[in-house]
Design a binder for this molecule. Structure first.
Ligand code: HEM
Ligand code: HEM
Length: 148
């Protein structure tokens, strides 16, 4: 599998699991809490793989940023990427804590759940911005499927 094919596979699976994670707030297929925890955890793992595949970009752009050599577009991509990493890390951690409360049979309506809900909303907006920033790459994936 080429790196390009890996990127596309991870991007597609991540988008599907990400959308399904919101079924707990806007139920379409009516998945329960277990379903949410499974797809939410799968999304978390796929986010990690996605960032790992793109780590070289983050390292080299981080260095150029320190040297003051970034154009505005790349600077904004970097800022959004950093915000995504912070917001989704908080979301996943608070999801795990809320799951702990649910397993213990305790009341889940606490600050952790509120933060989990807030970061899911802010994170969704950031993902939309991130996808818009990469719309050309995504279009190119569709245009040259044969070269994958
Ligand atoms: C926690 C969530 C996410 C993080 C931290 C993240 C981070 C990154 C990073 C660091 C890059 C490489 C640098 C760049 O070009 O900006 C990148 C590229 C990209 N991201 Fe994301 N991303 C996330 C979610 C998503 C989602 C949900 C999609 C939906 C399709 C997506 C689509 C893309 C695309 C198309 C690229 C270009 C390279 C590639 O296909 O891997 N990202 N992302
Ligand atoms: C991308 C990943 C995720 C998204 C988008 C997401 C989103 C959400 C949303 C929107 C809610 C409803 C909160 C509300 O409306 O008040 C929720 C609840 C919850 N999530 Fe997540 N979540 C994700 C990952 C996870 C993970 C990884 C876990 C645990 C392993 C988790 C565990 C929970 C729990 C326990 C609840 C509380 C359900 C209840 O009210 O009983 N979530 N999540």
């Amino acid at each position: 599998m080429t790196i390009r094919a890996k990127r596309i596979t991870v991007d597609i699976l991540m988008t599907i699991c990400f959308i399904l994670s919101f079924d707990i707030r806007w139920p379409v297929i009516g998945g329960d809490l277990i379903f949410h925890i499974v797809v939410g955890s799968a999304t978390a793992v796929l986010f990690f793989i996605h960032v790992w595949i793109n780590r070289q970009w983050l390292i080299s752009v981080g260095k150029s940023r320190k040297a003051g050599k970034l154009n505005k577009k790349t600077q904004w991509q970097y800022r959004v990427d950093m915000a995504l990493i912070v917001v989704w890390s908080i979301n996943i951690l608070t999801g795990l804590v809320t799951m702990g409360y649910a397993i213990a049979g305790a009341d889940v309506s606490n600050g952790f759940r509120s933060l989990h809900s807030l970061t899911a909303t802010v994170g969704l907006v950031l993902v939309v911005v991130h996808v818009v920033q990469h719309v050309r790459t995504i279009k190119s994936y569709f245009r040259s499927k044969k070269s994958v």
